[in-house]
Design a protein around this ligand. Sequence first.
Ligand code: TYD
Ligand code: MG
Length: 471
Amino acid sequence: MGNLFFAANIAPENRTSPITMSKKKTQYICQSCGHAHPKWQGRCDGCGEWNTLVEEIIETPKNRFASTVSAVPVSLSKADKTAVERIPTGFGEFDRVLGGGIVPGSVVLLSGEPGIGKSTMLLQVAIRLANAGKKILFVTGEESVGQIKLRADRLGPSGGEDSIFLLAETCSEAAVAEAGDYDAIVVDSIQAMASADLQGAAGNVSQVRQSAAIFIELAKRSHIPVFLVGHVTKSGAIAGPKVLEHAVDVVLTLEGDSQSELRLLRSTKNRFGATGEIGVFSMGENGFSEVENPSAAFLGHHDAPVPGSTVFAGIEGNRPLFVEIQALASPAAYGTPQRVAQGLDPRRLIMLAAILERRGGLPLSRQDLFINVVGGVNLTERSADLAVVLSIVGSFRDKPISDDIAVFGEIGLTGELRRAPRTPPRVKEAARLGFSKVIIPEAGEKLPKIKDLEIIRAKDIFSAFKTAFRD
Ligand code: TYD
Ligand code: MG
């Protein structure tokens, strides 16, 4: 069994690790009640739940503390913050999302659906770091060294090739043993790595957690920044990134529609910077490039206004992000009508449809409703509500709204428009992008006049409909 982990090109004499490679004792812990079992079984003896047992290493207090340097309390005024001096990658959008560069000793998880571009992005980051004189270890558990070479060739010559070292390895301890004198490590992916101490196959919850713990320990002990790639499925439920989020310092997600070249990099957790910060990239023939006009990148282009499409003046992180929200209302064939939302919380759609039905008098109960946020962006803001309902109404009535209008505003249960956070930057951006009207909630701060932009304040959905559809 153990040999399986050493399939790669490591000479036997190099296979020892500072973290002992001898088999550690394990037990099976119920993830629901914590009851320990010496062997795996389907049902927990403690709480009776099925399939909740996960293999874990039994840590004696001695070996748990062995690796931590004994710490001494230090006053806040004397606390040393040198640890947060950052290493810029030179990839502006990437640095921005990290909060200004890589923090030494930090562990960054890059998650996203398979094929979205995680390996490409981290290879490009590695190349840029190498060009800046850093020595990078790229541990690949999924692809061969040859495949990575091919990808690097696609990205074009860089000059830093001698400073990037590829290691095809799936044993976490063996990878850490190699990591000694590098400036940064990339592990692609954490689901492909397995600890020699656990029996289960790579990718199961205990293996993912244990391997992550091993790399996190390396980062903290030696101040080497570590990038972990983690796959998620559409539901995000698969064993992997979800179980790691609390353990790592930074969680970045790469999202986008795989049919389009645009990708959004978002920090959903950042111990060293703002969360929710976004970077916009375009995936081309030669890998990722930064997008010039990110706030408008996700806007659709239509020759003429179309019914069921509205521009939402959004803000993600610190940056305005204007996106097109499309809706389709179509008569339901039978039974309960469908409510399908892409890029938006489906529960929000159900609520907005109910408001339109009860307050707006729109007979939607026999209509299927589909919402799509163009470009594969996942919207987090409630201020998208107004754009969603305008699109639904537009599709239902088959009436377009003018394409020089951008809107935002959260809708309350009585149909009122609620005050939105950060109104001034949205309005300013609307003017910069050439919109001639914005429909915004009535409640909110006073705004300065902006040339060529009509700011229309709406109290509720009715007054918003009136202005948008001019009826
Ligand atoms: P990849 O980084 O392998 O995705 P992940 O690691 O998230 O699974 O990239 C996947 C896609 O990107 C693949 O379909 C090919 C495409 N691609 C480009 O379009 N341009 C490029 O320069 C490269 C290297 C890949
Ligand atoms: Mg990959």
